[in-house]
Design a binder for this molecule. Sequence first.
Ligand SMILES: Cc1cc2nc3c(=O)[nH]c(=O)nc-3n(C[C@H](O)[C@H](O)[C@H](O)COP(=O)(O)O)c2cc1C
Length: 196
Amino acid sequence: MKNTTSLNIKVIAGSTREGRFSDKAAVWIADEIKKQNGISVEVLDLRDYEMPFFNEPVSPSFKQEPFKNEAVTRFTKKIAEGDAFIMITPEYNHGTSGVLKNALDWVYQEWNNKPVAFVSYGGVGGARAVEQLRLNAVELQMAPIRVAVHIPGEQYFQVLFGKMDAKELFASLADQAKAMITQLLWWTRALKNARG
Ligand SMILES: Cc1cc2nc3c(=O)[nH]c(=O)nc-3n(C[C@H](O)[C@H](O)[C@H](O)COP(=O)(O)O)c2cc1C
């Protein structure tokens, strides 16, 4: 497959609380991806997909017909469109957010055989949340890639408390973002090719 094949990357903002950071990180990493040719990028903000806590009688992996909840239907369609994902995750009590985990749980086949990368932030760069997400991703038959952007607590909390501009923080992460995007695109092309 040639490098010019159009790829569709979905960036998922994984927190919804007032004053959150995930939306800012999502826009930043989407802009970094847009620097590449032939890539279509869309930010999926979980605030726009108000899915209930998973409450269906069957697991998505066994479902015989589409779930009827309107937000779930829209979200599932977006995941089906994606060739790869970047999940922006906070670290809540050493795990990811409930809202992001719930979004993962609602979908199954549409995640399968696609790569996923992570941007996280927190005391230890959100690493504990990402390690849990990698396990979740494997169960969803995804390929979690190695390189991630872990925004270190030292800088992250300065932004949170207004002592550092978010733009300055993001500029300092450009190399890490580029390394992650390069690896993600390699897997995206490989798996898109394999999916046929
Ligand atoms: C419920 C809750 C639990 C948290 N637990 C952790 C934690 O385990 N580790 C950590 O580094 N930060 C933790 N924090 C601080 C978050 O890193 C910080 O609030 C961050 O901005 C949350 O992401 P968000 O702004 O996208 O919601 C926690 C925050 C909340 C609201």
